[in-house]
Design a protein around this ligand. Structure first.
Ligand SMILES: [Zn+2]
Length: 258
């Protein structure tokens, strides 16, 4: 929670909105998966349960783009959006970075170049990414949309580059889900099957009562990633099989209104 308090909610939700929009309407922004994930795209998207997930990398790339776009609009130091983000994240800019041209006017890109040489752009993008992730991780529909965008790349390109990670039938091998991932999904989905809402909290000691279900199935290019999991009961899990990529948009209210 301390991280959330580092950025004003106005800006945090502004960035969440951009990331969510890009995720759901990727064609206007994403021309090439490698533009976002770089040469490591195949590894990033098929790595088993990284804590810095592909969705983090995606968020970070969007934030970086927005910082550069905003910099084009403002021509003088002190009016950059990035300055506001640096300040909100308690990242101190050295006087050299702050005034690279001895007080003369500098254009946005020159200033950002100076900041990136000092790794300050990386620092601010990393901090804000964690905050955006904190908000959007709870939105399974956004996560489903994200995996939908990258799934073709996993099935087509990554399979050629990392054949050892795939089964003979062409989908990613199933990985054991680490306890930190199980815990975070259990708490996010509040111990209920996301599809039929069965309360699973009383069933945790019974074998096979909890299922960590891939939102986009491995057979359809989904990854072994905490961002691609949801909690289901055994009957919904069996019914779903490897066919559909269903999640739900329902969330348990914090309290009852009646
Ligand atoms: Zn169910």
């Amino acid at each position: 929670m301390t991280q959330l308090q580092n950025v004003s909610t106005t800006d945090l939700y502004y960035i969440c909105q951009i990331v969510d929009t890009v995720t759901r309407n990727p064609s206007s922004y994403i021309r090439n998966i490698e533009d976002i994930f770089g040469d490591m795209a195949s590894i990033s998207l098929t790595h088993s349960f990284p804590k810095w997930t592909p969705f983090h990398i995606f968020i970070e790339s969007v934030i970086s783009s927005v910082i550069y776009e905003e910099a084009e609009k403002s021509k003088t130091i002190g009016t950059f959006w990035v300055d506001y983000l640096l300040d909100a994240n308690d990242i101190k800019v050295s006087s050299a970075s702050n005034d690279p041209h001895g007080g003369s006017l500098v254009y946005g890109y020159e200033y950002l170049e100076q900041l990136s040489q000092d790794n300050l752009i990386n620092d601010v993008c990393e901090n804000v990414t964690k905050q955006v992730f904190h908000v959007l991780f709870s939105n399974r529909a956004t996560l489903a949309a994200f995996w939908d965008v990258v799934s073709w790349y996993v099935s087509d390109t990554a399979r050629l580059f990392r054949p050892e990670a795939f089964t003979r039938s062409g989908h990613l091998k199933r990985s054991r889900i680490p306890m930190w991932a199980q815990n975070s999904i259990y708490h996010r989905d509040k111990g209920r099957c996301v599809l039929c809402k069965t309360d699973l909290t009383k069933l945790v000691t019974q074998e096979n009562s909890l299922h960590f279900d891939h939102i986009i199935p491995l057979a359809k290019g989904g990854g072994n990633c905490v961002t691609n999991l949801q909690l289901t009961c055994s009957s919904c899990n069996t019914r779903k099989g490897g066919r559909a990529s269903t999640t739900s948009k329902d969330y348990e209210a914090w309290y009852k209104y009646d």
